[in-house]
Write a protein that binds this ligand. Structure first.
Ligand code: ADP
Ligand code: MG
Length: 355
């Protein structure tokens, strides 16, 4: 990285920001302050002009309740950037909001953005451009599993192998690291959203009850599980009865919901099994000591870590604060850019990144 006196000088005052551009939640970490923004990755737009009208929590509030000329979208739903302008508006809103929170007029921030692994060159470029367009002085990209591992404090720079499984809303990512590099990585579009969908389908087929996404998500968080619970629980599903057309509610047990989620949890377990199957034996030996680190919102699903552990015979542990790992990890990179730049994603031709 070439030394620039101007950048060095600005660096003394400017904000360093790590952003987790998640499919479900966007988090912003500011060095010295911690997580300053944690909002859903939702944007409400005017259907005709596609102009953003509300972003974050305000937009999520509108889901399922919008008037006909407004629609609420998740621009990153499957871990890819489907609508560049909407993503840019969202990034701009969050960067501005983080910037506004400082009391003195300071130069534009340096920003590290976590992106799903396996996104295309075009998508990487789109996030980079969106970050610069959104007001960053310098933008860098990092693959989410790498950021999650750094945020969780895994020793990814060491020769010892370590593994992270990040289960978010739209995507699940698994990665095994050794000596600062990725030994193996996989990603899958089965994660929290798919589980919500499982619950919606279950209510429909078993009880003729149409429920919304937010109701399904609430039940998943309250009583969803991947392993039998010491005390089984129950919850009430509310929606519209598909036979009578009238409002209706039913009480469901955690056993039923576990059954509804079984296929998705099976898929996640199989993903980990396959990854282990392809891992070199030396690294498996390391993993038997260090375990598998779970991150992302769904890592908190009750009994998931126990279930994984039973199936793969390696200890599975949920990282501290699993929802903020990626944002924190991305932010930490800027603490020591000279040494940690090797963990960033390079961009092809035309890049202005210092990697
Ligand atoms: P992303 O990185 O894709 O934005 P997150 O890591 O923020 O996703 O995780 C969001 C997902 O985690 C959502 O599907 C949400 O319902 C789920 N989630 C959050 N908390 C829990 C919980 N306690 N139990 C199960 N799922 C949870
Ligand atoms: Mg995530």
């Amino acid at each position: 990285m070439a030394f620039s006196p101007l950048n060095w000088f600005l660096g003394l005052f400017s904000l360093d920001i790590g952003i987790d551009l998640g499919t479900a939640n966007t988090l912003v970490y500011v060095r010295g302050k911690g997580i300053v923004i944690n909002e859903p990755s939702w944007v409400a737009i005017d259907k005709k002009t596609r102009r953003p009208l509300a972003i974050g929590s305000e937009a999520k509030e509108l889901v399922g309740r919008t008037p006909t000329n407004i629609t609420a979208v998740r621009p990153l739903r499957d871990g890819v950037i489907s609508e560049f302008e909407i993503t840019q508006a969202m990034l701009g809103y969050f960067i501005d909001k983080a910037h506004e929170q400082s009391y003195v007029p300071i130069p534009r921030p340096r920003v590290v953005v976590g992106i799903p692994s396996g996104v295309t060159e075009v998508e990487k470029r789109a996030v980079y451009d969106a970050t610069i367009a959104a007001g960053a002085r310098d933008a860098f990209l990092i693959e989410e599993p790498m950021a999650a591992a750094i945020g969780a404090g895994l020793p990814i720079g060491e020769a010892r192998g370590s593994m992270v499984l990040d289960i978010g809303g739209g995507t699940t990512e698994i990665a095994i690291f050794s000596m600062g590099g990725v030994v193996l990585s996989r990603s899958l579009r089965v994660a929290g959203d798919e589980m919500d969908e499982d619950i919606i389908q279950y209510a429909r087929t078993k009880y003729n009850l149409a429920i919304g996404e937010r109701m399904a998500e609430r039940v998943k968080i309250d009583i969803g599980s991947a392993h039998s619970l010491s005390e089984e629980k129950s919850a009430v599903l509310r929606g519209r009865n598909l036979v009578t057309g009238l409002p209706d509610s039913v009480e469901v047990s955690s056993i039923e919901i576990r059954g509804a989620l079984a296929e998705s949890t099976r898929t996640l377990v199989d993903l980990v099994k396959e990854a282990i199957d392809e891992t070199p034996p030396e690294i498996i030996a390391d993993l038997m000591e260090s375990g598998v680190c779970l991150a992302g919102g769904v890592s908190q699903l009750q009994g998931l870590a126990d279930r994984m552990e039973d199936e793969i015979n390696i200890e599975c542990w949920v990282s501290d604060d699993p929802l903020t790992c990626v944002a924190r990890g991305a932010g930490y990179i800027l603490d020591d850019l000279d040494n940690l730049a090797k963990f960033l994603v390079g961009l092809e031709r035309g890049s202005t990144q210092h990697t």
